[in-house]
Design a protein around this ligand. Structure first.
Ligand SMILES: Nc1ncnc2c1ncn2[C@@H]1O[C@H](COP(=O)(O)OP(=O)(O)OP(=O)(O)O)[C@@H](O)[C@H]1O
Ligand SMILES: [Mg+2]
Length: 373
């Protein structure tokens, strides 16, 4: 045993304890990393280097293992005498020294310093986290910018049905005041009133589904049709003002996909805004929005326009961050790069499709998200 320990001493941090965990032997590497002298350690238990990082259950399961005579392996964060902490990869090997009347062991622990590796892992984890935060912030900032652009239209889009609503209610009031009230007429008026309130609700639903920061939302089974209708409705004013005809296909049925609704909404708004800008100098400006399910269980969304088009050599460039051909103050060049990032995080694809006359963007999303591995 001594010889084996001597061999280990040259490369590993070694300690031996009795059956109850009392330290009987430590090698120089143990003293070096823990900054305790051998005299301070021997007679103590390993509690002296406990950092408090691991819960008691961690050590309980370790004890349960070694008291069954099995080897335990794991990563432990320990505390040195000066308060600094270090990580060690630890194997504890039980050696049976007595089998009757009760089993008794000595425990040899062999440790390797993995502090640097752990610190590197921690740095990577933190960097990944701040990347995620940055992504969320950029996505939200872009969304707010495009909302700003849409807000005049939205106010108008809500103002119209509200005005009409007021008109109908006034009409009803006049009928009552002038004793011209008839239940049939009132019923017709109220039907219209209900339609108008529904329209307002849809716009608000579209808007609130869109305006939230959805980057932390879970992926949820969503009927995306009402969301798309809401977006079309609150963008309607913008289309009308520019004389753009919008044709839709496939948005009658229910279409459920697993997604972050607010993020997917953002992709639609980006594509529709781009199409709107592209057709601004077309003679007969048109936009087509088509939705279909594919046999591969994906949802295919196509946004086409008969606008200025995209030269073949720009086909990939347009997806880069900050690439824009729009006037300063108009475009940030983030729309497509953010859309691509959203679509990719949904395990889908976004690309420009070859089409002889039209500009055609395709978004393909799986109906179900793969389960996290
Ligand atoms: N439907 C389209 N037709 C023609 N060109 C397009 C179309 N969509 C995008 N582009 C081109 O791709 C560029 C990048 O688009 P992207 O949406 O990323 O940024 P942007 O629209 O310029 O600015 P932002 O979306 O941030 O307001 C646009 O400036 C435009 O040149
Ligand atoms: Mg854009």
């Amino acid at each position: 045993l001594k010889k084996i320990i001597q061999a280990l001493d040259t490369s590993a941090i070694v300690a031996m304890t009795d059956h109850y965990g009392k330290i009987e032997y430590v090698n120089p590497l143990f003293c070096k990393i823990s900054k305790y002298s051998a005299e301070e350690l021997i007679g103590n238990t390993h509690r002296i280097v406990n950092s408090g990082f691991h819960p008691p259950s961690f050590f309980k399961s370790m004890w349960d293992t070694i008291l069954q005579g099995k080897v335990w392996k794991g990563e432990i964060k320990n505390k040195a005498k000066d308060g600094s902490t270090y990580w060690v990869f630890t194997s504890i090997v039980p050696l049976e020294i007595q089998s009757t009347p009760q089993k008794k062991y000595k425990f040899i622990s062999i440790r390797f310093d993995i502090t640097q590796q752990k610190e590197a892992e921690e740095k990577i984890r933190k960097a990944m986290e701040s990347l995620k935060e940055e992504r969320a912030k950029t996505i939200y900032a872009e969304k707010m910018a495009s909302l700003g652009e849409l807000s005049a239209g939205i106010a108008h889009e809500l103002g119209n049905p509200l005005g009409a609503l007021r008109g109908r209610i006034e009409m009803l009031d006049q009928q009552i005041l002038n004793n011209k009230f008839s239940p049939e007429k009132a019923h017709k008026t109220l039907e219209k009133v209900l339609q108008l309130t529904d329209k307002i609700s849809r716009i608000i639903r579209g808007l609130s589904a869109y305006a939230r920061d959805g980057s932390q939302d879970p992926y949820q089974k969503t009927d995306i049709i009402p969301m798309i209708q809401g977006i079309l409705e609150f963008s309607n004013e913008k289309f009308k003002k520019q004389g753009i005809k919008v044709e839709t296909q496939g948005i009658e049925k229910n279409l459920h996909i697993e997604c972050r609704e607010a993020e997917i909404g953002q992709v639609f708004v980006n594509l529709l805004n781009n199409a709107c800008d592209a057709v601004s100098s077309s003679k007969d400006p048109r936009i087509w929005l088509e939705l279909s399910k594919t046999p591969q269980d994906t949802l295919k969304i196509r946004v086409k326009d008969n606008g200025c088009g995209i030269p073949p050599e720009k086909k990939e460039k347009i997806f880069q961050s900050f690439y824009t051909t729009k006037k300063a103050g108009k475009g940030t060049g983030l729309g497509l790069s953010i859309s691509r990032s959203i679509v990719q995080s949904h395990h889908g694809q976004i690309y420009l499709e070859d089409h002889p006359e039209l500009t055609s963007f395709v978004v393909e999303l799986p109906l179900k998200q793969p389960s996290p591995s």
